[in-house]
Write a protein that binds this ligand. Structure first.
Ligand code: PBG
Length: 335
């Protein structure tokens, strides 16, 4: 609030500064750069393989060789990071042993990327859902309940395997209790003191993840089961803040809010409360809605995508995971 009373119209005309591009540009409060963007990509086995994802038009699952090419393009456009998600076709098991295979798909992808495209950050997903035959993010007991501490032990092995492969960030997206502290301690004990943790701290049990589960092939395995016993209830704000506080205390370098657009209130509050870097995930369902409307000619994909990205920044996001990262980086370059 200004200390003197605000003079009113007609001496004050808010539209004066909006009249010309120079003054609009000068007073714009929020900026967006390619460096703020994180590109989520789906990785498959094999070589020279590309598969579309029907519920996410424009998104492709790619083999490691193609991934390296795509990553080089993204890096040339200044995209800050790539977030890798594996599509595990033949080695899903109840105990997700493939998740910590040092020669598994993600470990090989990280090594290939680090060798060929060293200047883009690599973020790996720490969660078991691509690897479990039941599609849950953790190990289940006979009743189907996801067991916490047993799962954390596997997540630690998975995170260590990613760090050994050279991941810059490990990003636990599983929502088990205590996993950030356990992963931090294990990374440090193994000498990976510089491996950063991007914690999916405020991750809600959302129906907007539907297309992602199609993309990684976990939706059929998950069936009618839900993730409500570990992901946040979408009506809860204070609980999201508590989750973040715990992850901060356990050593998270960055927090994340997910999904994005319907959760801007959470994002803004997390940024205000913790004053530390926060990422937001514009999830598959948000992207699918935009693409579907654009395909019908109802929305302008380019304008709407860039608007949403600015809105995330305005709400307090340092980084934004978006399937449109490369599109946006290209448009930012064009100006
Ligand atoms: C699972 C995971 C999910 C997403 C990222 N990691 C889905 C889920 O929790 O079921 C969703 C991303 C998206 O929808 O784009 N560990």
């Amino acid at each position: 609030m200004a200390s003197s009373p605000t003079p009113a119209f007609p001496s004050v005309r808010m539209r004066r500064l909006r009249r010309d591009a120079f003054s609009r540009n000068m007073v714009r409060e929020t900026s967006l750069a390619a460096a703020n963007l994180i590109w989520p990509v789906f990785v498959i086995e094999g070589s020279a393989r590309t598969q579309g994802v029907p519920s996410m038009p424009g998104v492709e699952r790619v083999s490691i060789d193609r991934l390296v090419e795509r990553a080089a393009e993204a890096a040339a456009l200044g995209v800050g990071a790539i977030a890798l998600f594996p599509v595990i076709e033949s080695t899903k098991t109840p105990l997700a042993e493939e998740a910590y295979n040092d020669d598994g798909l993600i470990a090989r992808a990280v090594r290939a990327l680090k060798a060929a495209v060293p200047d883009i950050a690599i973020i790996t997903d720490v969660a078991l859902d691509p690897y479990t035959s039941h599609g849950q993010d953790g190990l289940i007991d006979p009743s189907g309940y996801v067991m916490n501490d047993e799962t954390v032990a596997v997540l630690v092995r998975q995170a260590l395997s990613h760090a050994r492969a050279g991941a810059d960030f490990v990003a636990p997206s599983d929502m088990m209790d205590g996993r950030i502290g356990a992963i931090r301690a294990a990374l440090d004990a193994d000498g990976h003191i510089q491996t950063k943790i991007l914690a999916y701290s405020a991750k809600f049990a959302s129906a907007f993840y539907g297309p992602f589960r199609d993309a990684v092939g976990s939706s059929a395995n998950l069936g009618k089961s839900s993730k409500e016993t570990y992901q946040l209830d979408f009506g809860n704000r204070d609980e999201a803040i508590r989750e973040c506080a715990l992850d901060v205390a356990e050593g998270a370098d960055m927090l994340m809010v997910k999904p994005g657009l319907p959760y801007l209130d959470i994002l803004a509050r997390v940024r205000d409360e913790f004053r530390m870097p926060v990422a937001v995930y514009q999830v598959s369902g948000e992207f699918a809605m935009l693409k579907a409307a654009a395909a019908n000619g109802w929305l302008d994909y380019r304008k709407c995508l860039l608007e949403t990205l600015i809105c995330f920044r305005r709400a307090g996001a340092s980084a934004i995971l978006t399937y449109g990262a490369v599109d946006a980086a290209r448009w930012l370059r064009e100006g």
